[in-house]
Design a binder for this molecule. Sequence first.
Ligand code: AMP
Length: 602
Amino acid sequence: MTAVNSRCSQNTEDQTTDSAQEEDSSSQKAKSHEQNPAGYISNIDLENGFRGFGFSSELIKTIESKGYKSPTPIQAAAFPELMLGRDLLGQAQTGTGKTAAFALPILERLEDKNGPPQVLVLTPTRELAMQVADSFSSYSEGHPNIKILAVYGGADFRYQINALRRGVHVVVGTPGRVMDHMRQGTLIQSQLKCLVLDEADEMLRMGFIDDIEWILEHLPKERQMVFFSATMPSEIRRLSKRYLEEPAEITIKAQKKDPKLIRQRYITVQNSYKIEALKRVLETSSNEAVIIFARTKAITQRVAEVLESVDHNVAVLNGDVPQALRERTIERLRNGGIDILVATDVAARGLDVERIELVINYDMPFDTEAYVHRIGRTGRAGRNGEAILFVSPRERSFLHNMEKAAGQKIEKMDIPNNDFINQYRLKKIRNELSQKQEMDAHDEKEILILEKLINEMEEELKMDPKTIALNALKLAIGKSNLLINDDESWLTQPDSYRRRNERYDDRNRGKRRSNYDVGAVEKDKLRYRLEVGFRDHVKPGNIVGAIANESGLKGKLIGRIQIKEHYSLVDLPKGMPSNIFQNLKKVKVMNKELNISIYTEK
Ligand code: AMP
């Protein structure tokens, strides 16, 4: 249910409960729209759309040109308060329309004069800063003189200084860079009339609280303050009590409503088979664009490399990616240049790309809030979306917490097995063939040439049309096999077995026998050499971990490991697919590439 409370700060204690008597008229209207799954108020509920809030006709025209029909609940509640210049404490998540909730009234109240900034918006990440600045720019289309500037670390400092010198109305930035500009006097704060703290809880989580207090302390005494936060931890309450003056309080409990647009499922998979499971899920996904969340930068890198090796169009977004490249990556995701983004939580915060139809939680999120934020990357602007959570047998107990946070059941999903994948592949070929037929109807000249070729083959080589068609299909499929026939025994292991197996793997990782265990290689195995050894402080567990992760091999299938001074030897099952072999070459252990090769005794 979406609940809206809008009232003064005296009633802060029960701010998440509905209180009919205290709701003002805008929130009353907002409440009446509960049937609408997207959370937007329909025309019937608010016939006036964006009229009646005191917005200029230019702004209304701009909003209507974006296709917005009526305000979202947070907007309906926030517009009147912000147009009056009141302070505001808003509890709302991304996807609720909170950016427009503060951006539209702020734009309307700007003075049309060039000079030091009048509005400062603080965001926790560069991505969100860019996104909010973009929103401001697009909402100010009807006000061509209004200048918006995003300032964040990693972007060109001189450009920002020059823009600030020339005069901007709204600055949107991350705390560190904003402080730098304030300290060196390039961001003059004396004319600031309004400050917005966006995603305040995230700022807190990312350790920006001292920076924010520093910035707040340096603002003029007379100013409007707006805090938005998805949750309301005590630290944010403390900040708001200290810095906001009799704020209007708005709470949008949209969490339970929005995820309904998102089909949420989980798969149970042992850690060592995650990458294999991911490949299977992606192969059978028909979603336009996918974002995969991983816990660390190293995992994002590794996952992306594996996906690239099986011809996915993939890019990485993590803290190591330079800012300019991040921007390009997001743009490419937006315009279809890439279809899969493998990201860490921090790098992907605030990401708003409508093409994302599937969110894969490759690693369990750190907490339930992160889960809700992650799945919020799909189902944008009222679209449908899908989310899949990878859960190891021992993480199963967290599932219930995620369900509670998302306010809906997370259904069980089977990892696609060989049969399913093969059916999917055949269906895809069939679809592509029939589409191709329609496409080629336009290309008559080429068809004539191809028909001539077929005729020649029929006559000269005495080939029947069926054989030619078959050969053509084989050509189109390429070198890889049409049907998958990989080991899938791990898909059907019962949970209890998987749990036992996982414990077995964990226990054995650290104490696998090494040097003293030299002997002949077992007959179903092959001995490989890895270019990492004692001098690199490598332990058997590191090698097992890397190989299991990369190859999807069960820990117990990894045979003897011998660690030598400069290199190591490991016995692995015969018949390693060449793409896994190639990938293993590049995998780094103790910061050194394994550069795996088949071992030949001298
Ligand atoms: P936000 O919560 O600010 O991240 O906004 C989520 C999405 O909703 C953005 O893509 C906005 O463009 C869109 N949006 C904001 N307000 C409205 C509205 N009143 N009607 C339709 N879409 C909206």
